[in-house]
Design a protein around this ligand. Structure first.
Ligand SMILES: Nc1ncnc2c1ncn2[C@@H]1O[C@H](COP(=O)(O)OP(=O)(O)OP(=O)(O)O)[C@@H](O)[C@H]1O
Ligand SMILES: [Mg+2]
Length: 175
């Protein structure tokens, strides 16, 4: 499933707004879209007007146990579903886990989606690294000023070495 990660270390630059509008726009084009909120602040489902069931499995164990399909919630927009976030996905949740943990959890989804859109927190942490590793495309929203462009550059340069290391591990496993 094509997966788009919306990311930037800079806070408040429009990541969540881009994820919501991109998801809704693709759904309007008759695509089945899953928005995955990976920001423990968890604003995405609320922004979509979704009321969450009280007994929903928290996000971190859903990722670790590859049970994301259990917390896919429909939104009021046809063709658009959301995996809501919560504070279980804190900085420690993916500690000592492979950077492909979220990728593997997404691959285990049984529901068919045409696109998966990942919204990330404003951090260069393990959640963001995992989200980038799970993505086919990255989108880095930013304001057009120096203060915004510098963190965008950090994202690319900070994640290049761990991404390359992980890629070479994959290749060596495949060979
Ligand atoms: N294209 C836009 N035009 C005008 N306002 C926008 C646009 N995109 C986002 N905003 C506003 O900017 C604010 C921050 O947007 P948003 O929450 O999407 O940023 P974010 O990068 O997800 O923030 P955080 O890093 O805290 O997760 C919001 O109030 C939102 O309404
Ligand atoms: Mg956000």
């Amino acid at each position: 499933m094509p997966t788009i990660c919306i990311t930037n270390q800079k806070g408040g630059c429009g990541k969540t707004m881009t994820a919501i509008n991109l998801g809704a726009g693709l759904a309007r084009q008759d695509q089945r879209v899953l928005l995955v909120d990976l920001d423990p602040q968890g604003p995405l489902a609320a922004g979509l007007g979704v009321t969450l069931p009280e007994d929903l499995l928290p996000l971190a164990p859903a990722i670790l146990d590859r049970l994301l399909g259990r917390i896919v919630v429909p939104t009021p927009t046809a063709g658009l579903w959301v995996v809501p976030s919560d504070t279980s996905l804190d900085a420690q949740a993916l500690y000592k886990k492979p950077p492909t943990t979220i990728r593997r959890a997404l691959r285990a989804l049984e529901q068919p989606f045409d696109f998966i859109v990942l919204d990330t927190p404003p951090n260069l942490d393990l959640v963001t690294l995992n989200a980038i590793m799970a993505a086919d495309w990255l989108m880095l929203p930013c304001d057009v000023d120096k203060e915004s462009l510098i963190p965008s550059d950090f994202v690319v340069h900070s994640f290049r070495p761990p991404m390359e290391a992980a890629m070479s591990r994959w290749w060596s496993q495949l060979e």
